[in-house]
Design a protein around this ligand. Structure first.
Ligand SMILES: Nc1nc2c(ncn2[C@@H]2O[C@H](COP(=O)(O)OP(=O)(O)OP(=O)(O)O)[C@@H](O)[C@H]2O)c(=O)[nH]1
Ligand SMILES: [Mg+2]
Length: 326
């Protein structure tokens, strides 16, 4: 490993959530250790495995802790309290994410000032079960729409985040929603830049824990997160749902008139009121969504401009002292 890589890796701690990963965890840790990352900066946060995961992890000399609460989200939240480096890299303990990409992810965060860098599964996608691939695609699209992002792999299990962002956020989701929650917190915070690095995904070793019900839970959590970060959109969107009964009543009134020649005036007025107010709410919801997305984009640009100016100011004293030599 060259000096540049080792300097970059000094800034990061690795967090690996595990639950019954005895077949994979040894290999995962050996790969990470071979990059030269010291064992005291590798944290295995275990969900009370009933196999020998913890013993195998301890045999590699890394830090092993037991999580508070239950589920992957709670595990990562537990580990955050133990991080002292400016960046934290989270990766699954099932051997699917190759450790060789760690320097690329951390370098992109440090050099380009990204608050989060996600490892996008570009190679080996056939190793992601079809249903997970579809769920991940759909949930990423919904997230992008609600948060004005352009992510490709929201639910990737390998990502780097600035520790300060994680420490000051109150993370509330449970189960497997932590990736969505971190991305939502970053995307809606000042300067919330999310970068991406293409990575390979390998076939899982050991038994999977993710079920279809978890996918549904992640969807509900994305909706909850959007409510937290953009409530006006949700209130107006809910208001727009009166369009549905409005249209149904209008059709019913129309059919009565066509088929029987009966004019249902009162119901006609009710239908018009529901349709007009639903339509207005719908337009307001779209407006609220775009205003929020614009606010986030402006935040990002102000942040980038500020970084630019700070960079220039840092360089200025040197150019001043150069003047004496010209
Ligand atoms: N600490 C802790 N870790 C967990 C828990 N559930 C899952 N994990 C770990 O979180 C990581 C991701 O879980 P996986 O079962 O691999 O889920 P996935 O990667 O989304 O999907 P598949 O690999 O396709 O099953 C793995 O390292 C698991 O061991 C839990 O309740 N507590
Ligand atoms: Mg996995």
């Amino acid at each position: 490993m060259n000096r540049d890589s080792s300097k970059i890796l000094d800034k990061v701690s690795i967090v690996i959530p595990t639950y019954n990963e005895e077949e994979a965890i040894g290999r995962v840790l050996d790969e990470i250790l071979s990059l030269g990352i010291p064992p005291e900066r590798i944290i295995v946060v275990d969900g009370y495995s009933t196999d020998s995961t913890v013993e195998i992890a301890r045999s590699r000399g890394v830090k092993v802790i037991y999580q508070n609460g239950s589920g992957k989200s709670d595990a990562i939240k537990t580990a955050i309290q133990h991080i002292e480096t400016p960046y934290v890299l989270v990766m699954d303990g099932d051997y699917t994410y190759p450790a060789k990409y760690i320097p690329d992810l951390v370098r992109k965060a440090v050099d380009k000032g990204y608050a989060e860098v996600i490892g996008v599964r570009k190679w080996g996608r056939e190793n992601i079960p079809l249903i997970n691939r579809f769920g991940n695609w759909l949930l990423t699209k919904i997230f992008n729409l609600l948060f004005g992002t352009n992510l490709k792999d929201l639910l990737s299990g390998m990502y780097v985040v600035k520790t300060s962002i994680l420490k000051r956020q109150i993370l509330e989701t449970r189960g497997f929603s932590i990736e969505s929650e971190i991305a939502a917190a970053v995307a809606s915070s000042f300067g919330g830049l999310i970068g991406e690095v293409p990575i390979e995904y390998r076939r899982r070793i050991g038994r999977k824990k993710l079920k279809i019900a978890h996918g549904l839970r992640i969807f509900l959590d994305i909706v909850k997160l959007a409510w937290k970060h953009n409530p006006v959109f949700f209130i107006t969107f809910l208001g727009s749902l009166v369009l549905i009964p409005g249209i149904a009543i209008a059709v019913w009134v129309f059919l009565h008139y066509i088929l029987y020649g009966i004019r249902l005036y009162i119901w006609g007025i009710v239908a018009v009121i529901l349709i007009v107010s639903g339509f207005h709410s719908f337009l307001l919801a779209i407006l609220a969504l775009y205003l929020k997305r614009m606010e986030w984009r402006i935040h990002k640009n102000i942040y980038l401009m500020r970084e630019h100016i700070l960079d220039d100011l840092r360089r200025e004293p040197r150019s001043r002292s150069m003047k004496g030599y010209e």
